[in-house]
Design a binder for this molecule. Structure first.
Ligand code: HEC
Length: 172
C-alpha cells in the first residue's frame, strides 16, 4: 500500500512535469524573423537606366564656340565625307537626299527652296547657329525628334568643332 502511494506520487510528479514543459513550450516559443535583418535594396537595372536617360544631354553639352578658334579645318573637310552622300557643299549645289549645305551657318532652319523637309524640322524654328549645329550634329534624331536625316551623329566634341568650322567657310 505504502509503495503504491509512493509510485503514484512519482507518476503524478512526472505527469505534472511533462504538462508544465508542454505549457512552457506553448507560451515561450522563440520567434525567428522571417526575413534577414538587413535587406539590401538592389535597384532594378531598368530604373537606373531610365534615370541616366532623364538627363537632358543638350542642356549639359558644353558650348562649341570656344573650340572653333583652334579647330582643324582639314579634319572638318575630311569629316564632311560622312555627310556628302546626302548633302552637297558647293555654291549653287543641288539638294540631294538632304538639302544643300552652302551657307548653312546662321541660315534659317528648313529654308532651302524646293527641299521637302520633315514636319519636325520645318516646325523646329530658329537659325542654324554654331551652337544649334553642335546639338543637332551630336544626335540629330534626339535633338529634332522626327527628323528624316538618317545619321547617328558625331560623338566627339573635337570632330563637331572641326566640321562646324569647315561648314562656316561655305559662304561668300
Ligand atoms: C543619310 C543621309 C544624310 C546624311 C548622311 C547626313 N544628312 Fe543632314 N540631312 C539629311 C536630310 C534628309 C535632312 C532633312 C531633315 C528633315 O527634313 O528632317 C538633313 C538636314 C540637315 C541639316 C538641316 C538643314 C536645313 O536646311 O535646315 C543640316 C545642318 C545637316 N543635315 C547637316 C548634316 C551634316 C553636317 C552631316 C554629316 C555630319 C549630315 N547632315 C549627314 C540627310 C543626311
Amino acid at each position: 500500500m505504502e509503495s503504491n502511494k509512493i509510485l503514484g506520487a512519482i507518476i503524478l510528479a512526472l505527469l505534472l512535469a511533462a504538462a508544465f514543459s508542454k505549457i512552457a513550450d506553448m507560451t515561450v516559443h522563440p520567434e525567428f524573423p522571417k526575413e534577414l535583418a538587413y535587406t539590401i535594396e538592389i535597384p532594378e537595372g531598368d530604373s537606373l537606366g531610365s534615370q541616366v536617360e532623364e538627363v537632358n544631354i543638350f542642356e549639359v553639352l558644353p558650348e562649341i564656340t570656344p573650340m572653333l578658334a583652334s579647330a582643324n579645318l582639314a579634319n572638318g573637310e575630311k569629316l564632311f565625307k560622312k555627310c556628302a552622300s546626302c548633302h552637297t557643299y558647293q555654291k549653287g549645289g543641288e539638294n540631294k537626299v538632304g538639302p544643300a549645305m552652302w551657307g548653312i551657318v546662321n541660315r534659317a532652319k528648313a529654308s532651302v527652296d524646293g527641299f521637302a523637309y520633315s514636319g519636325a524640322l520645318a516646325d523646329f524654328g530658329g537659325d542654324w547657329s554654331v551652337e544649334e549645329l553642335n546639338k543637332f550634329l551630336l544626335k540629330p534624331k534626339k535633338y529634332v525628334p522626327g527628323t528624316k536625316m538618317n545619321f547617328n551623329g558625331l560623338k566627339k566634341d573635337q570632330d563637331r568643332a572641326d566640321l562646324i568650322k569647315w561648314l562656316d567657310n561655305l559662304s561668300d
